[in-house]
Design a protein around this ligand. Structure first.
Ligand SMILES: Nc1nc2c(ncn2[C@@H]2O[C@H](COP(=O)(O)OP(=O)(O)OP(=O)(O)O)[C@@H](O)[C@H]2O)c(=O)[nH]1
Ligand SMILES: [Mg+2]
Length: 360
């Protein structure tokens, strides 16, 4: 039996794994056992772009994949997105406090645009997410966004998938308004878009169909009074006009005195209960794998798969519990192309071929 098969099935104790992946496997095992203290090392690993680290990251993700665990991760993965300075971090401080009062463990992965010239709060008064530093059930990490405006840092998707094995709630905070939510929606179970009263951006984007209807809309800075009330009413109107009046709009004030935080937490939870999370995650993994494949192998790679539609159809027949890297490797094997990340993915290929018995 190859190390790859053992890897894919999550058998780590006592198995003869190569040194290259053992740290990733060990971290994955700790996360599966809901060891929250594994979070910092996990993020250090997924942020490390070196070849050895990529290999270990692939091993870690295989270890916490639904195929290895026999079930989807239990966490509620939430995307929180909105323009710079809208109040995302302040709101998350309040939400983290709320979730902790309900004894839920929380990880927040913020994609920090501050390295970009145009990024960050326009007024330069950006707030940090505040939490009790001694509280081990809260983990907060900022990752530089790099060059991808509005997109996810590559490490963020991996980090969210890994931490979802251990934490009750995993939040991804990203900056953007308009189309940037799409990428978050491919990772999160629930996407909340935060709207600044009086800005009108989200309103126009919604009406024009530029922005996909988010799962929950949040009007922040409700303490501003009339302008916030109007924003809320306008958004409800816009949702009605695009046939999405069921979408919850919640007005919050994230500075003292707090307002609407419990209601927002309930709206997020309600959304999660209303969707088929297992199906949403399966489709997202397949979409992510095809996207990753196309980034690496382009139209030529796609042609080798018989086109996008054929590739989608083939992916739908694979073990639904495989993680993105395993699915990408499977596509590469089918297309007969090799990848830069071959070493990283070699181990999981055997699982793919042998994967149908591990359906979740
Ligand atoms: N009055 C009022 N001010 C708020 C509220 N929420 C946030 N702010 C203020 O808005 C400013 C920006 O808040 P942040 O939480 O940093 O906003 P952000 O969206 O995380 O900003 P970036 O991370 O830079 O994109 C800070 O000065 C906050 O104190 C609110 O509910 N009411
Ligand atoms: Mg922020």
């Amino acid at each position: 039996m190859s190390a790859g098969v053992e890897l894919g099935r999550g058998v780590s104790a006592g198995s003869e794994l190569g040194q290259g992946v053992s740290a990733g496997v060990e971290l994955g095992r700790r996360l599966r056992e809901r060891d929250l203290t594994a979070a910092p090392a996990t993020l250090n690993l997924v942020e490390n772009r070196g070849a050895g680290a990529r290999e270990q990251t692939a091993a870690l993700l295989a270890e916490v994949s639904p195929a290895a665990q026999g079930h989807e991760n239990g966490a509620h993965v939430i995307g929180v997105t909105g323009p710079p300075g809208v109040g995302k971090s302040t709101l998350l401080s309040a939400l983290v406090g709320h979730w902790r009062s309900r004894e839920r463990s929380v990880a927040v992965l913020a994609v920090d645009p501050s390295s970009r010239r145009s990024g960050g709060s326009l007024l330069g008064d950006r707030a940090r997410i505040v939490s009790d530093a001694a509280d081990r059930a809260v983990f907060i990490r900022s990752t530089a966004a790099g060059e991808r405006l509005g997109g996810l840092a590559p490490a963020t998707r991996a980090g969210a998938q890994a931490l979802a094995a251990a934490f009750d709630v995993v939040v991804i905070e990203t900056v953007g308004v308009g189309q940037s939510e799409t990428e978050v929606a491919e990772v999160a179970d629930t996407v909340a878009v935060i709207v600044q009263p009086g800005s009108g951006d989200a309103l126009q984007f919604l009406k024009a169909g530029i922005m996909e209807v988010p799962d929950v809309l949040v009007v922040t800075k409700a303490d501003l009074g009339a302008v916030a009330t109007r924003a809320e009413a306008d958004l409800r109107g816009a949702l009605g006009s695009v046939g999405a009046s069921d979408t919850r709009v919640v007005a919050v004030c994230a500075v003292e005195p707090l307002r609407g935080i419990g209601e927002l937490a309930d709206a997020l939870e309600e959304h999660r209960l209303s969707v088929d999370v297992v199906q949403r995650r399966r489709s997202a993994r397949r979409a992510n794998a095809l996207a990753d494949f196309v980034v690496e192998h382009g139209e030529r790679g796609l042609r080798a798969l018989g086109g996008r539609r054929a590739a989608r159809g083939w992916l739908a027949e694979q073990d639904p519990g495989l993680d993105v890297a395993a699915l990408t490797s499977a596509l590469e094997a089918r297309a007969g192309v090799t990848s830069l990340a071959d070493g990283a993915r070699a181990g999981v290929l055997d699982t793919v071929r042998d994967g149908s018995r591990h359906a979740v």
